[in-house]
Design a protein around this ligand. Structure first.
Ligand SMILES: Nc1ncnc2c1ncn2[C@@H]1O[C@H](COP(=O)(O)OP(=O)(O)OP(=O)(O)O)[C@@H](O)[C@H]1O
Ligand SMILES: [Mg+2]
Length: 496
């Protein structure tokens, strides 16, 4: 039927060979359709495909936007993670912003590819979005492509890394909230948790960089916070609630509230500002505290000014008389390290006071508050930080700064007072000249004050006892100026 050699091919013989071959395949196909079941036919067709299609060395993982009826956590994590991987080779991006967002949100456009490397291996991401059909929702997914041999590494370590990194990014983008019982706004769009707390965004600009404080003490606090965050497993192992307590004490205007804001901005923890005087009794305290959220800082300012929590023995007497309708120190201690302390995770509790000596020893006993931080009068180094904050100046570069630092070191003057002086004029020389006269005047006043105090020492003590708390926290702040210059000089000391 076929010619024996290539030389003997003629157009007519070729045509007849082609016709008979085609006839054979048509006959074979109709026999196949008539006698071979469809499943077997499909099987052979797939087998043939497998042998004929060249083998791919890569694997592509599809990450859909939704997982069942829920959002797919890996998709959301990839969306955030890939924002940080957008490089100069990307040609099309999407940008957007809601009225409440502070920053633009940038994401990759469909069809764009991003190359990422992880422990020396390369993976490729691309974003795919289906065209919108009538009545259908747009479907979006990421395709993650990598060499097949990397399958285990990508599916375990790499995806875990993507999720962890995205959590970190989320944390850094988070807007910190300030919760209070006195605020009636509770804007869910703003990410406020429910409960009986009102909430606004914490716009306090204080950070550890802007805080005028002894650098060593500042570092100790930052290290302590870092250690606390990393110790989830440790707290579990030793059977302790994952909490940390700080007692901030020192004269008015030395930065206690600023330090709390700096902590919140550093950790991206919300702040719950608890005004004890607005709480009716221990029962309400319990309800209020239980509605606080994880990763938060509970602040009780001027703890010495809550008369009920100054003396626990008196509390106990009162309790025995079934005197209800007030918050007691025992009620608070129960939440610090009593049975109720184990509620929630990653909680920080901060108490502030201007009069540590007036606190109940039960509050001060070792282990109750983990760190006692003395926020004291400004030091020369602290002044240098203020100069950089307020004048944008390296203190070493101005001839007056050295003199002021020396003066500040030997005078009891608060960072708040110096901050006020540093805002008096736009001209740096005028401002610093003003600071010199202000500090010198204070020094003089102080030396006169000491001689007067020596004469009327008993009266002054009484005054001190009566002043602080009875006038209430807010009034006390107004009095702060009058009481400037009192107290011992311990510079930002920390005790555990
Ligand atoms: N250590 C500091 N570093 C930088 N700025 C400070 C510092 N201390 C005070 N200030 C400035 O003074 C203002 C008042 O300080 P802050 O409210 O933090 O003091 P406080 O110790 O909480 O006072 P009070 O005991 O009256 O509550 C701050 O807004 C800030 O501008
Ligand atoms: Mg304060």
């Amino acid at each position: 039927m076929f010619p024996s050699s290539a030389n003997s091919f003629s157009p007519s013989s070729l045509f007849s060979a082609y016709a008979s071959l085609t006839g054979f395949f048509m006959l074979f196909r109709s026999m196949l359709q008539d006698f071979v079941p469809v499943q077997l036919r499909n099987y052979f067709s797939r087998l043939l495909d497998r042998f004929l299609t060249p083998k791919s060395k890569t694997l592509t993982v599809i990450i859909d936007e939704n997982f069942g009826s829920n959002r797919n956590q890996v998709f959301d994590a990839a969306e955030l993670y890939l924002r940080s991987k957008i490089g100069p080779e990307t040609e099309r991006l999407r940008v957007g912003k809601t009225p409440k967002q502070k920053h633009f949100t940038i994401s990759i456009e469909k069809g764009e590819e991003i190359v990422d490397s992880f422990e020396g291996s390369e993976v490729r991401w691309s974003f795919v979005q289906s065209e919108k059909e009538k009545g259908e929702q747009v479907k979006r997914h990421y395709e993650l492509t990598f060499e097949k041999k990397l399958r285990d590494k990508v599916m375990t370590s790499y995806l875990t890394h993507v999720v962890a990194e995205s959590e970190e990014i989320k944390r850094s983008l988070r807007v910190v909230k300030l919760y209070s019982q006195d605020v009636y706004v509770n804007d869910d769009d703003n990410g406020c948790a429910g409960g009986n707390w009102g909430c606004i965004s914490l716009e306090h600009p204080s950070t550890f960089e802007t805080l005028a404080m002894d650098p060593a003490a500042k570092k100790k606090i930052i290290d302590d916070l870092d250690r606390f965050l990393k110790r989830r497993e440790f707290y579990k192992r030793v059977g302790k609630a994952w909490k940390r307590g700080y007692l901030l004490y020192g004269p008015p205007g030395t930065g206690k509230s600023s330090l709390i804001a700096a902590m919140a901005n550093y950790l991206k923890f919300d702040v719950f500002d608890l005004e004890l005087s607005s709480i009716y009794d221990n029962g309400e305290l319990k309800r209020v505290l239980l509605s606080t959220t994880n990763r938060s800082i509970l602040v009780i300012e001027d703890i010495d000014c809550s008369a009920e929590v100054r003396d626990r023995e008196a509390d106990e007497d009162q309790e025995s008389k079934k005197d209800r309708g007030r918050v007691t120190l025992s009620g608070i201690l129960n939440f610090i390290d009593g049975l109720w302390s184990s509620f929630g995770d990653e909680r920080i509790i901060v108490f502030t006071t201007n009069h540590k000596e007036r606190l109940d020893p039960a509050l001060l006993r070792p282990g109750r508050m983990d760190m006692h931080i003395n926020m004291s009068y400004c030091t020369g180094l602290g002044f240098r930080t203020l100069v950089s904050n307020y004048l944008g100046l390296d203190g070493l570069n101005h001839p007056l700064c050295e003199e002021i630092e020396r003066l500040v070191d030997s005078t009891e003057i608060t960072p708040a007072e110096l901050a006020e002086e540093l805002m008096q004029d736009d001209d740096t020389d005028v401002v610093l000249g003003g600071v010199v006269s202000f500090v010198e005047k204070r020094k003089l006043e102080k030396s006169k004050d000491v001689s007067i105090c020596k004469e009327v020492v008993i009266k002054t003590d009484d005054d001190e006892k009566q002043s602080g708390c009875t006038s209430g926290m807010r009034n006390r702040k107004k009095q702060a100026g009058k009481r400037r210059g009192r107290g011992t000089r311990v510079v930002n000391a920390i005790t555990y």
